[in-house]
Design a protein around this ligand. Sequence first.
Ligand SMILES: [Cu+2]
Length: 149
Amino acid sequence: MNGQVLKSFVFATLLTFFSGALHVPFALASSVPSENIDLEITVKVSQKGFADQQGKIFGAKKFLKIPKDKVVRITFVFDENVASLAYGDTHQVAIGNEGWTKESQKIWMFSQKASITFQSGKDGDQYRAYCILDCIGMEHLNNLVIKVG
Ligand SMILES: [Cu+2]
């Protein structure tokens, strides 16, 4: 093989690898070892807001409660309706308070899950989860309250 052919071959191989990788975003997203996680929570994300696994929307009276001093992983799942314009949307969630902020990867139709792992503080601490992208329904995705205790 001469140099030019070899280069094309390597390029074609890389191309195959990367286009293959595009089809397995789930495998790449779950890279945190699960044995270190004390608590796993799943939150659905759509233009209607943040919702629990039964689809009930979180709000002023419905917040997330987590125990103190635990490693918590919250997985945000893209939950837009296929028939909705918002199905083409992308969300990216941040969790934090005055002390710290952590951001998830983006979630959209081809990569529907992203997690944020954090250590809960002491009783009474409070965090907020919110979408940091300009999306349809952003006014409903600005205040998921997470309380410790
Ligand atoms: Cu959003």
